[in-house]
Design a protein around this ligand. Structure first.
Ligand code: NAD
Ligand code: DAU
Length: 353
């Protein structure tokens, strides 16, 4: 039985990963270490309650004693680090926590992993550390070209700088100590359980409630959207088959300007809910995000050629599934948008409009 330490899996991608893995494998153990920040929610894991293959531990990846005790208890085969502060806008207003979790937390995990797997100068067999990173570490593209694994790191935001820094520590542990590692760098994910501060769930929620739709700048920034289940599949494939010390970019060749995404959501919800209060009049162009990267686009050739990964869900199918999920899970939406989140959100758009 393979034993995984997975971190940050009460959040968006991590909770989808738990469902993906438990559906695919009978004989695994997933130990899920999550601090339960505003973005982590045990509601996301309701569907695996009572499944003995999933163990939830509330705690911080920065906690040396706790992480060490988990290694002693479970003797993990794999560590997959999803845990992070993940929202670019929040990193602009409060960069310090991004350094704490994304950089120092990653270094702590690497140290604990090394202490557990490296004995008398010999690495235990069959182990691997996987760092879930982002295409944002490469910076911003102009109209042409794609991010390749060989593209130099050139992060712009405090978020992407913290992720790039973490990636460099992961490679440092590989190059210095010989730690078995992979890094995945994925484009924008969408799908169920995404916290509604991110573009797609935020717009679905606001359209549904006839609230203004804050589009940053001219709305022509481009993101390469990937359905979250395809990302989960890629992480599993890299964990199982990625070559030691390699980086794999994960993206769908599915680039869309933000305004296209917003108008698609408006049109879908208008038709679905037969609601004439839903129209493009809800769109409100607001001040641009500081340092806003213009375009991300991934060339996924390496992961396709080496591991046979490809995105199975087209945007047309994925966006319908996603809208369906949020419409069917409005109680989830209400719960995660109650309390502090609404204060943060209202404050932010008061400043931006
Ligand atoms: P998320 O914000 O939805 O979830 C992050 C999770 O990490 C939460 O459950 C939170 O409680 C937990 N966490 C935060 N700080 C922690 C700490 N110190 N210790 C333990 N747990 C902690 O993020 P997400 O969108 O699911 O992203 C997951 C990972 O994937 C991140 O590393 C992110 O950088 C990366 N990524 C995300 C995307 C995307 O489009 N969402 C794309 C590429 C890469
Ligand atoms: O590319 C991968 C990254 O994608 C991940 O590493 C990050 O964790 C994840 O948050 C995401 O970052 P983005 O900044 O691209 O995602 P976000 O959903 O915040 O914004 C997507 C685009 O939409 C971006 O160009 C900013 C714009 N936007 C966003 C919001 C929240 C708006 O125009 N209005 C909004 O209200």
């Amino acid at each position: 039985m393979k034993k995984y330490l997975i971190t940050g899996c009460a959040g968006f991608i991590g909770s989808n990963f738990v469902y993906y893995m438990l559906k695919k494998y009978d004989d695994i153990l997933l130990v899920n270490l999550d601090k339960l920040t505003y973005a982590g929610n045990l509601e996301n894991l309701k569907g695996v309650e009572g499944d003995s293959r999933h163990v939830f531990v509330q705690g911080d990846i920065c906690d040396r004693e706790l992480v060490t005790s988990l290694f002693e208890k479970y003797d993990f085969d794999y560590v997959i680090n999803f845990a992070a502060e993940s929202h670019v806008d929040r990193s602009i207003t409060n960069p310090e926590i991004f350094v704490e979790t994304n950089v120092l937390g990653t270094v702590n995990l690497l140290q604990c992993t090394k202490n557990a797997w490296l004995k008398d100068g010999v690495w235990a067999e069959g182990k691997k550390y996987v760092q879930v990173s982002t295409d944002e570490v490469y910076g911003s593209l102009g109209d042409e070209g794609y991010f390749m694994e060989t593209t130099p790191l050139c992060p712009h935001s405090p978020y992407s700088s913290s992720k790039a820094s973490a990636d460099m520590f992961v490679m440092a542990f590989h190059d210095t100590y010989g730690m078995p590692v992979n890094i995945t760098r994925c484009s924008n994910n969408y799908g169920p359980y995404q916290f509604p501060e991110k573009l797609i769930p935020l717009m679905i929620n606001n359209v549904k409630n006839h609230k203004k739709l804050p589009v940053y700048g001219d709305g022509m920034n481009v993101r390469d959207w990937l359905y979250v289940e395809d990302h989960c599949k890629a992480i599993d494939m890299v964990t199982e088959g990625g070559r030691d010390g390699e980086v794999y970019n994960v993206g769908g060749h599915n680039e869309r300007p933000n305004i296209f995404i917003v108008k698609t959501i408006i049109a879908q919800l208008h038709d679905r809910l037969k609601d004439d209060g839903i129209s493009e009049d809800l769109i409100q162009y607001v001040a641009d995000r500081l340092g806003h990267d213009r375009r991300y686009g991934i060339d996924p050739t390496k992961i396709k050629d080496e591991l046979g990964w490809y995105p199975e869900t087209t945007f047309e199918v994925g966006i319908v599934k996603t809208i369906d999920w949020y419409l069917e899970n409005q109680e989830w939406m209400q719960r995660v948008t109650s309390g502090d989140y609404m204060k943060y959100y209202e404050e932010m758009y008061k400043n931006k409009a």
